[in-house]
Unconditional design. Structure first.
Length: 281
């Protein structure tokens, strides 16, 4: 016997969506979350279906309120530093029906990893302090709100080439600069003061900046989840990894654009996969 049918690691949009699928299937779920989602600093979620403009924190609060209405849902405010795969029946070595044990000691028949990605701090002084407010990355999330602003886009040449064709869909007053030409930024009342390496100084109302990140691998890789040559996880159509019973959702799938709508869909899909595994296992 396990403590839960499924343990979900990460309480962002993807993890919450996966939990909803599972508890509605009358499965016991432990959601482990440390409350450190990357988008908590943002003031709105632009373009989120039925929740356009709401703060991510409000979305998460409401989702947890709804999940708590289901008697099989449990929330644990904690971090998970390890996941071990063990045989459900150690005496018989039954590897076909594994049990997973997380670092807190809790066990489950399936695991959904929805940890998001790890953002790499910017090398430009001042950028990180304004991230999610005056400095943003996604035009689909923040482009419309920037339509009447004076905007600076900064990144490497490839990013500038890509955004140069995309961002004008939303913004007319645009300037561009390679990141190497920006010495630092600071918060001012009327926007963002940008100091350039050539000594120039300009104020913009918003900055779109290239963001770099890495996948969180501390749980997937020790379990033996295989990766593609490009570094993404090998997944089946329902987001199950090459380790039976281990699913991933949201940004952790490496599926491209990082948006709330996509994370919800990804979590829902992983929830279906985990529920199907439990039903047929």
């Amino acid at each position: 016997m396990t403590d839960y049918d499924s343990i979900i690691v990460g309480g962002g949009a993807a993890g919450l969506a996966a939990a909803m699928v599972l508890v509605r299937g009358r499965r016991s779920v432990l959601l482990v979350d440390s409350g450190q989602q990357n988008n908590l600093r943002t003031t709105h979620s632009g373009g989120v279906f039925l929740h356009d403009g709401e703060a991510p924190s409000a979305l998460y609060t409401r989702a947890l309120e709804q999940l708590r209405e289901y008697p099989t849902f449990t929330l644990l405010r904690d971090t998970v530093d390890s996941v071990d795969r063990i045989a459900e029946n150690a005496a018989s070595g039954d590897a076909a029906h594994p049990t997973f044990r997380i670092g807190t000691g809790h066990t489950a028949r399936t695991i959904v990893l929805a940890q998001g990605v790890q953002f790499i701090p910017s090398e430009i002084p001042g950028v990180d302090a304004l991230w999610g407010t005056k400095v943003v990355n996604c035009p689909f999330c923040d482009g419309y709100e920037s339509r009447n602003m004076r905007v600076l886009g900064i990144g490497d040449d490839a990013w500038l080439g890509h955004m140069g064709g995309l961002l004008p869909n939303w913004v007319d007053d645009l300037s561009w600069s390679n990141s190497s030409e920006v010495a630092g930024v600071e918060d001012v009342d009327d926007g963002i003061a940008v100091h350039f390496t050539d000594g120039r100084f300009e104020v913009f109302e918003r900055m779109f900046a290239q963001q770099t990140w890495t996948q969180r691998t501390q749980l997937t890789d020790p379990l033996g989840c295989e990766r593609t040559p490009e570094g993404g996880l090998v997944l089946d159509p329902f987001s199950q990894t090459t380790v039976p019973g281990v699913f991933v959702a949201g940004d952790q799938t490496g599926g491209g654009a990082m948006q709330v709508n996509l994370a919800v869909g990804s979590g829902h899909l992983a929830g279906i996969g985990a529920l199907s595994t439990l039903a047929m296992g």
